[in-house]
Design a protein around this ligand. Structure first.
Ligand SMILES: [Zn+2]
Length: 273
């Protein structure tokens, strides 16, 4: 499942086409699951001959706006295995390509091998409901320390790991990012939301933003995160904490494989989370 930084990387891949018209909209399989609930004829008519104006990501969602008034909205959710890429202008669609926007110099392509992704379309000056209803981004003003503190208090018996995966408060944070955040904030993933002292809540809030910001800044097509990140070591068999050198620990917490440093993140593992 792509996380915030991967979604943003995918979004930016289409930036080369900003300011240029779509000459043709190619939908090799208009009845595919990725278009569920979407009027594909309206999408084709609405984008043809219109320029790509801008794009934005919020958590795991993206929106691309087209037309002189930016009133044609394409929402893309990558699902489990979806991705965006850019091909040459005369490129022929392959098996898992569902949306191809041909421009003069290139083709913008959405592909999805497992069909959990989604393509949405809206035409109008109003913000589409599917975009307006998204939870406030981690980079928005609504993402305050108080909001995080309140969220933890209301889920005081939930472990931090599953808490960080709750998209309504931490949109775009997925499994590896949650581990990175807790490791940097020096918080054991089994600790409960209600156990954190105010200083720890402040650290968690700050670290969520920091990791999200840096993950977007450092991610590249070659996945080059620095060696100082837990991310680089959490996949290795064994693996040592890049900060203190202790052996990393792994267990299922909240149903998800979790990696942490027992020395930097003191606490007791609880099997129920
Ligand atoms: Zn450590």
């Amino acid at each position: 499942m792509p996380e915030l930084a991967e979604v943003d990387l995918a979004r930016r891949s289409w930036d080369v086409g900003v300011g240029e018209r779509v000459l043709e909209v190619v939908l090799p399989k208009p009845h595919a699951r990725v278009f569920r609930g979407t009027d594909v004829d309206a999408l084709r008519d609405g984008l043809t001959r219109q320029a790509l104006i801008s794009s934005e990501a919020s958590g795991k969602q993206m929106v691309f706006r087209f037309g002189a008034r930016a009133d044609r909205w394409v929402g893309i959710h990558l699902g489990m295995e979806g991705d965006l890429r850019v091909e040459g202008p005369r490129f022929e669609p392959r098996k898992h390509d569902y949306l191809i926007l041909r421009q003069a110099k290139r083709a913008l392509v959405f592909h999805d091998t497992r069909l959990f992704g989604r393509v949405l379309f809206h035409r109008g000056a109003d913000v589409p409901a599917w975009w307006a209803k998204l939870p406030p981004s981690i980079f928005s003003e609504a993402f305050t320390r108080e909001a995080v503190a309140d969220f933890l208090t209301r889920r005081k018996r939930t472990a931090l790991k599953p808490l960080l995966l709750m998209q309504e408060r931490f949109p775009g944070v997925g499994n590896w990012m949650a581990d990175e955040i807790l490791w940097r904030a020096r918080l054991h993933p089994s600790r409960r939301g209600g156990e954190l002292k105010p200083a720890e809540v402040a650290r968690l809030h700050e670290t969520v933003r920091e990791v999200c910001r840096r993950a977007i800044a450092e991610i590249g097509p070659d996945w080059g995160y620095p060696d100082s990140w837990l991310f680089v070591h959490r996949w290795e068999k064994g693996g040592a904490c890049p900060r203190c050198g202790a052996d990393l620990a792994r267990a299922q917490i909240g149903g998800r494989t979790t990696c942490w440093c027992p020395r930097c993140q003191p606490g007791k593992l609880r099997v129920d989370g």
